[in-house]
Design a protein around this ligand. Structure first.
Ligand code: ADP
Ligand code: MG
Ligand code: ZN
Length: 474
């Protein structure tokens, strides 16, 4: 029998507010352990939380960007459990009245559009971080009460690839909306994958397991593939799948059972009596909508209509917020959007792909790239030379000026010098001159080629062509 995988994702994203969600402590990453702390985020009895308004604005922005309904009335709840990284023994989260619900995100997978439902987005606080050392386990509370949003999807994904594309698209949206820096290596974006299997064609869902805390797209992909195989082989053996919480073991490339899954009632959720319900007026929501940064769909439209980019170029650029930002930065110094898009999508992309690198890892700036394109635009160097300069910028991080002058690159645009070389070529090739003058148009191509050879490619082919035609008239 053939089995289909069913996946729902819970995505945690840390918001990029300057202070934590219920106190004034800084959110800076990498501070000395237990320095960004105060009685509130240390969970001292009697300390009172105050909701960060910026965090509310950010979650509303994320909700709007993901086509959600925004609640006018919302509240914070306590989720009770004990763990050493959670000093209060409860996490402030949202239970039945989250800020955002009923949204969706459209993604393209293998040329097909898929709409993934977003059940809800709620606001919560992060826990501290356990640091395991040979002498014992330590706790760093800097992360305690960092603002988090949790984006819960419907079980709408049908392959690991689809789940990865959805997760990438969510990351892209959060970056465009400027609510999170989404740095995966700092744990700012984390995924929980809920996975079940069912016979192909079945309309009911199988029992799901939940793989917690996946911190990269590769891990997400591998964990889902592994869990799918595991469940299928269990079902085929007639074994029953139990609702479980699992952990992906990256070094062992396998899954470890953490605990049998708890249900919502195990947490004894109740409204946090220290925090008032949050009432968002329509004006507040409208205001957030008004101040929304430009989202990828809008940008794509603008690129096609105003910059006259192809649908493909516009799609490639906007599907990657860092690439898009780099492109727009080039345009601040260079005014040919089509040429710039071509260089970014073809030449730069090729270099990035060959080296398995991201645009944010480039050794040179967008300003440098603009400078390179201006050198080509002005005719100082040819497009072909430009490609060589770009690869050297890529490898060394040097500016185009440095590379061009160190290599003595420049197109010969000095007419007097060119004329001398052309005269010599004409004198050496009387047969081609005669052919051209007898009406063989093709002969000029050969002569241009000879001039280019004589100048080692440094002449501007267009000027050569013009001068040659002028001289051959006589
Ligand atoms: P919990 O807090 O118990 O994990 P949530 O409602 O926050 O519950 O998240 C449940 C997640 O599991 C959602 O992303 C949902 O789409 C997904 N899910 C629910 N049922 C299934 C299923 N049968 N197979 C796969 N995923 C599922
Ligand atoms: Mg869950
Ligand atoms: Zn604090």
């Amino acid at each position: 029998m053939k089995y289909e995988v069913v996946i729902g994702l819970e995505i945690h994203a840390e918001l990029s507010t300057e202070s934590k969600v219920f106190c004034g402590c800084a959110t800076t990453f990498g501070a000395e352990p237990n320095t960004n702390v105060c009685p509130v985020c240390l969970g001292m009895p009697g300390a009172l939380p105050v909701l960060n308004k910026k965090a509310v604005e950010y979650i509303v922005r994320a909700g709007l960007a993901l086509n959600c309904e925004i609640a006018n009335y919302s509240k914070m709840d306590r989720k009770n459990y004990f763990y050493p990284d959670l000093p209060k023994a409860y996490q402030i989260s949202q239970f039945d009245l989250p800020f955002c619900k009923a949204g969706y995100l459209d993604i393209e997978v293998d040329g097909l559009m898929r709409r993934i439902g977003i059940t809800r987005i709620h606001l919560e606080e992060d826990a501290g971080k356990l640091v395991h050392t040979p002498g014992g386990t330590l706790v760093d509370y800097n992360r305690s009460s960092m603002p988090l949003i949790e984006i819960v999807s419907e079980p709408d994904m049908r392959s690991a690839k689809e789940a990865v594309e959805y997760a990438k698209a969510i990351r892209n949206i959060l970056l465009y909306a400027k609510v999170s820096n989404c740095k995966m290596q700092e744990g700012v974006l984390r995924f929980d994958a809920n996975v079940s299997v069912r016979p192909k064609g079945s309309q009911t869902y199988g029992t799901r397991t939940e793989i917690k805390n996946l911190s990269s797209f590769k891990m997400l992909q591998k964990a889902i593939d592994y869990e799918y195989q595991r469940q299928v082989s269990m079902v085929e053996k007639g074994e029953e799948i139990h609702q479980q919480t699992l952990r992906w073991n990256e070094t062992g490339n396998c899954i470890i059972a953490l605990r049998s899954k708890e249900d919502a009632h195990d947490y004894r959720y109740f409204p946090d009596p220290d925090l008032l319900p949050v009432i968002l007026s329509d004006e507040f929501i409208e205001d957030v909508k008004h101040k929304m940064p430009q989202m990828p769909d809008e940008k794509k439209k603008m690129y096609i209509e105003e910059f006259q980019l192809s649908e493909y170029d516009a799609q490639v650029l906007t599907a990657n917020s860092e690439l898009c930002a780099f492109y727009e930065e080039i345009l601040q110094d260079y005014d040919e959007p089509k040429t710039a898009a071509n260089w970014v999508n073809v030449e730069l992309m090729a270099l990035l792909n060959q080296n398995d690198m991201l645009v944010e890892e480039l050794a040179f700036s967008a300003g440098n790239m603009a400078q390179l394109l201006k050198n080509i635009q002005s005719g100082k160097i040819s497009g072909k030379m430009g490609k060589g300069v770009l690869s050297e910028m890529f490898e060394t991080g040097k500016s185009p000026e440095e590379i061009i002058s160190a290599k003595g690159l420049s197109q010969i645009s000095d007419t007097a010098e060119l004329e001398k070389i052309i005269d010599k070529v004409l004198a050496e090739n009387p047969a081609s001159v005669a052919d051209y003058q007898a009406g063989k148009e093709k002969a000029i191509g050969f002569l241009v080629g000879q001039v280019m050879k004589a100048t080692k490619g440094a002449a501007n082919p267009q000027s050569v062509n013009e001068i040659l035609r002028e001289k051959l008239k006589k």
